[in-house]
Write a new protein. Structure first.
Length: 295
């Protein structure tokens, strides 16, 4: 078979995502967590001259499976499509509150083996979802001896991922939302900052799962427009508290008001925001938000 071109792969990804959203119209079942990456991918397919997208499309598929004596249990599949998918396998991590760490590692390792056997070069999100629906519940009761887990080769050093999300909103004025942002970040041990006003900018950083939980809560609130403008993921060896702390650029999450001199007094001074980001070593983000060089 001739190798697929990047555009063909991108087209397959888009049609598969369209299929998923028509089969699972509710956000509880299927939600794209990185709208910017999806927009980039569509743009790439539609425009000959477009550059190859810089980030993978990421989404969550939630699956309910029946467990003996426990009725239904929810499993969440955090998925990312590498740019060469379906030529290469999707990246999927299945999680559930009822799985112990070793059960989760084994489940994910077995899912990967299944995909390697079954899905080379073909879109496989639906079969992956079906596999989870059929098999995941069985892992909840598995009594795992340490040897069986080591045999699956998955435990050596489970990687912890540190994530930083740069969220952009059309505006943030509402006091309750501002309080939620700060309270939730505190609850999830995230640091960063929130700049209310118009536009609204929120940055959170910490454990990947905590950032994803924060984003899923924030986006459920009503917004004129809100999206993840940029996402940074850093894999850390081990799961030490120290490694996480070392990655942080912000000590806590606080609200930053850069006084603006607009007639309504709610437009923030972007020059001050730029200087603040520059101090934190994040000046390049300014351009991603506003499409201009800072000064």
């Amino acid at each position: 078979t001739t190798e697929m071109t990047n555009r063909e792969e991108a087209e397959i990804q888009i049609s598969e995502l369209d299929l998923l959203s028509s089969m699972f119209p509710y956000e509880e079942e299927f939600a794209v967590t990185d709208q910017l990456a999806l927009a980039e991918l569509k743009y790439y397919v539609e425009n000959e001259s477009a550059e190859v997208p810089s980030s993978k499309v990421q989404f969550i598929l939630n699956v309910k499976a029946e467990v003996p004596n426990a009725s239904m249990v929810g499993f969440s599949m955090a998925c990312a499509l590498p740019f060469k998918y379906p030529t290469v396998l999707p990246e999927i991590t299945v999680r559930s509150a009822l799985l112990s760490r070793s059960q989760q590692i084994l489940l994910n390792s077995d899912l990967k083996s299944y995909l390697m056997q079954k899905c080379s070069g073909e879109p496989c999100m639906l079969s992956a979802r079906q596999w989870v629906k059929d098999h995941a519940a069985a892992y909840i009761d598995k009594e795992l001896s340490s040897s069986s887990v080591t045999a699956s080769g998955a435990t050596q050093s489970e990687v912890t991922v540190f994530t930083r999300l740069w969220i952009y909103s059309h505006h943030i004025y509402n006091k309750q939302k501002r309080k939620n942002i700060i309270d939730w970040a505190k609850e999830l041990s995230l640091s960063g900052f929130c700049m209310p006003g118009k536009p609204g900018v929120v940055c959170v950083e910490g454990l990947q799962s905590s950032c994803e939980e924060f984003w899923s809560r924030v986006r459920r609130l009503t917004w004129k427009r809100i999206l993840i403008r940029h996402r940074e993921d850093v894999s850390l060896e081990g799961e030490g508290h120290t490694e996480i702390q070392n990655q942080r650029k912000f000590p806590t999450l606080e609200e930053k008001c850069f006084d603006a001199h607009g007639a309504r007094g709610n437009h923030m001074d972007l020059g001050q925001l730029y200087r603040f980001l520059e101090e934190k070593g994040c000046a390049d983000i300014f351009q991603m938000y506003f499409g201009v060089e800072g000064h």
